[in-house]
Design a protein around this ligand. Structure first.
Ligand code: ADP
Ligand code: UDP
Length: 237
């Protein structure tokens, strides 16, 4: 049962439950970009992202990755294991897009020979600056051993996601993961959705993710719905 609200973020609200080991993540319809500067709403966004995340967590669990996912309590309410979030946005890049094409001489669409991993400090106040291992350790966000584990888990998750999405006609240029500590282990938390991944249609190269909102590329509802149709077709029956 939903108890007091613990935290309301940019896209989800987190509630306590009767069990101290679990939380409820409610996926909302609010959209933000550029560190909260651009704001919007999309009907059914919370629903599509919750259902897509659920499917991704189930697929990854089947592939041997431990996640915080427990069950769905409603269309938009996900019961999750409470973790101590590691304040690092783990970004995996397969094809160049977004910030990396602005910061470095790398053309959008260039395919990386091997995945490029970036650790950003999860901090709205500081604008999520990029970390290296020494800075992460100096800040106390993670130990060197944990950083090595994050790297290994993120690359394994990428190996599972890329072929899974390819089978649905979706390219995965990049995505962001969050992990947390639970009972001495590091497990995957947060969400994997149109808000946190770049999804490109394999045939047309068109964006089917938050870039549609960020850069006013077209109808955001249609884009998210199309991803949901491919990943969770059962919700349309
Ligand atoms: P943000 O905080 O970036 O605005 P959200 O609106 O998605 O993002 O808020 C969800 C918050 O819940 C995030 O801060 C995320 O790190 C945190 N979170 C996600 N999964 C868990 C979990 N299993 N246990 C505890 N906190 C979590
Ligand atoms: N991302 C995210 N949350 C963030 C920053 C990035 O989910 O706070 C995701 C983003 O959707 C993209 C990937 O991480 O799939 C890489 O984002 P990038 O660093 O290029 O940032 P952007 O230019 O999109 O702001």
């Amino acid at each position: 049962m939903k108890r007091e609200q613990l935290y309301s973020g940019k896209a989800k609200t987190i509630y306590k439950t009767d069990d101290p080991d679990t939380l409820i993540a409610e996926f909302r319809n609010s959209l933000t970009a550029f560190n909260g500067e651009k704001k919007g709403e999309m009907e059914l966004k919370g629903y599509y992202n919750a259902q897509i995340s659920k499917k991704m967590f189930e697929m990854l669990e089947a592939g041997g990755i431990k996640t915080h996912f427990v069950s769905m309590l409603s269309d938009i309410d996900m019961l999750v294991r409470k973790v101590e979030i590691i304040n690092i946005e783990v970004i995996v890049r397969n094809i160049a897009a977004g910030s990396i094409t602005k910061k470095y001489p790398i053309k959008e669409g260039s395919v990386f020979k091997s995945p490029v991993l970036v650790f950003d400090f999860k901090s709205d106040e500081y604008g999520d600056p990029m970390l290296n291992d020494d800075i992460a350790v100096a800040l106390g966000v993670a130990t060197r051993e944990e950083l090595a584990t994050l790297r290994k888990l993120a690359l394994r998750i990428n190996e599972l996601l890329v072929p899974y999405l390819d089978g649905k006609g979706i390219l995965l240029p990049d995505f962001k993961l969050e992990f947390g500590r639970k009972d001495g282990e590091i497990i995957l938390a947060d969400e994997i959705s149109c808000d946190t991944c770049r999804f490109w249609d394999k045939e047309t190269g068109k964006s089917m993710d938050k870039d549609v909102f960020r850069f006013d590329k077209g109808d955001i509802s249609k884009a998210y719905e199309e991803v949901a149709r491919r990943i969770v077709p059962e919700i349309f029956k």
